[in-house]
Design a protein around this ligand. Structure first.
Ligand code: BGP
Length: 462
């Protein structure tokens, strides 16, 4: 490969607390989490209860990351492990757990990229009416303040809220039970946006020279035909899916298309003058985004009905303005996700052109049914091929002028998928546990582990 990456490029990997650590509620005096009670058809509670048991394996796991040559590690802090109740009492055991992780990372010179909130909020938030209650913003601010006080000198890059748009698009897989085309869901999104802005402002006030940014999930949007009207669908979804979230985070205000859409559909949320000021004041230092695939759309002729989400003939209906269709030019993962490396380059360029901020990719990866052979090897050449194609496009985007500063594939080590169990594996390291919670929890290096090690050693050249 002739890829070119800048000096000091942040090569690393990514995880999230509830999918990786295991809950171990009693042992760690952790408050109940929204994820403790989350069960759906494919998944049982116990998976998150143990997950990959990083809680007891953190030293070994960080040693494996160091062996791969990680320059940084992106992980989240579990809010319910840190804060015990609505009064904001702190769980010292939680503080100690993360402090140890930070110190261990420093030992290996691995920079920390820390998500404040990655899906697993404490159940006590529901006592105040959930995320739609504006008191949520104060609770989030209190929690962020505790993190900045305790870890301010240890964290290199802060990320606010993971994939804010997915509280809308995939609410059900993160434990939300709110109707999609409603004022309520937009109130949640708005409250999250204000909470994010509060955290950015507070971080800058409390920690001189700190760096903090949003962590959305972005997708390039393609028109499904050359018909001009399908390009309107493309613009609509691009705005609704990407810019609606990034504009408010990076420009400090909602864009007009988004607000007009909500007003027209009688879904406008409540926003105060004070909140507008908070949003205006906050400015991120960089953008972190997660990338998995693109969306291809055509104009929708149907009514706005989320209960009828899958339309056999037309694909997925996204509100009443765009309809997601299959892209015949793209291969799919074993779990049906479209693979689109060029899409990564497109969205890198679009995001950079629009905001002109440094970018780090905090998730990208391939979920697959990995097999461990009898001699404990995992031959995941398909994952290596996937990454190779994405690296090539990242390198081209850099050549084209994008200020890309880091790459943190999902996931550093196997962990539990949001809604498809641990059979959907993403890591460079295999964790011996199955969907029934059985296994030794031993770690085994996959072929991709050795490949990624070479990538990092050669700064992307391999
Ligand atoms: C992102 C989430 C992660 C992660 C990943 C893969 O949206 O930030 O938490 O799990 O997607 O998705 P899944 O686990 O559904 O395969």
């Amino acid at each position: 490969m002739k890829n070119k990456f800048p000096k000091n490029f942040l090569w690393g990997g990514s995880t999230s607390a509830y999918q990786f650590e295991g809950m171990f509620k009693d042992e760690t005096k952790k408050a109940d989490s929204i994820m403790d009670n989350f069960i759906n058809n494919n998944l049982q509670n116990s998976y998150f209860e143990i997950a990959s048991d990083h809680y007891h394996n953190w030293k070994n796991d960080i040693a494996l990351m160091a062996e791969m040559g990680f320059k940084c590690y992106r992980f989240s802090i579990s809010w319910p492990r840190i804060i015990k109740n609505l009064k904001g009492e702190v769980n010292e055991k939680g503080i100690e757990f993360y402090k140890n992780i930070f110190l261990e990372l420093k030992k290996y010179n691995i920079k920390s990229v820390v998500t404040i909130f990655h899906f697993d909020y404490p159940l006590f938030i529901n006592e105040i009416g959930g995320l739609q209650n504006k008191e949520f913003i104060n609770q989030f601010k209190k929690y962020s303040k505790i993190l900045f006080e305790n870890f301010g000198q240890l964290v290199d890059y802060w990320l606010t809220i993971n994939e804010l748009c997915n509280f809308y698009f995939a609410g059900e897989i993160i434990g939300l039970n709110v109707k999609k085309d409603s004022k309520e869901i937009w109130q949640i999104i708005h409250n999250l946006n204000v909470a994010q802005a509060e955290a950015i402002n507070l971080c800058h006030e409390m920690i001189p020279n700190s760096k903090i940014g949003p962590a959305p999930n972005v997708k390039p949007i393609y028109a499904g035909s050359t018909k001009p009207i399908d390009n309107i669908a493309r613009l609509n979804l691009n705005n609704f899916r990407n810019w609606a979230y990034l504009d408010v985070a990076c420009k400090g205000e909602y864009n007009k298309f988004f607000i007009n859409y909500l007003k027209k559909n009688k879904q406008m949320f409540s926003i105060t003058e004070e909140e507008k000021m908070i949003l205006k004041k906050s400015r991120p230092d960089f953008i972190a985004f997660n990338y998995y695939s693109s969306n291809t759309v055509k104009i929708s002729t149907q009514t706005n009905d989320f209960n009828k989400k899958w339309d056999q003939e037309n694909g997925i209906l996204i509100d009443n303005f765009a309809c997601q269709i299959k892209n015949e030019n793209l291969d799919k993962t074993q779990f049906g996700w479209e693979i689109d490396p060029i899409g990564l380059r497109i969205i890198l360029r679009e995001v950079y052109d629009r905001y002109n901020l440094p970018i780090m990719i905090t998730e990208n990866g391939l979920g697959a049914y990995d097999e461990k052979t009898l001699d404990n090897k995992i031959h995941d050449q398909y994952r290596i091929d996937y990454y190779k194609k994405h690296l090539e496009q990242m390198s081209l985007a850099i050549e084209e002028g994008v200020d890309l500063i880091g790459y943190m594939p999902w996931s550093a080590i196997d962990l539990v998928s949001t809604h498809q169990g641990i059979k959907k594996r993403y890591g460079f390291v295999y964790v011996d546990i199955n969907d029934n919670g059985e296994g030794s929890l031993e770690r085994y290096k996959k072929d991709s582990f050795y490949w990624y090690q070479k990538v990092i050693q050669s700064n992307g050249g391999e």
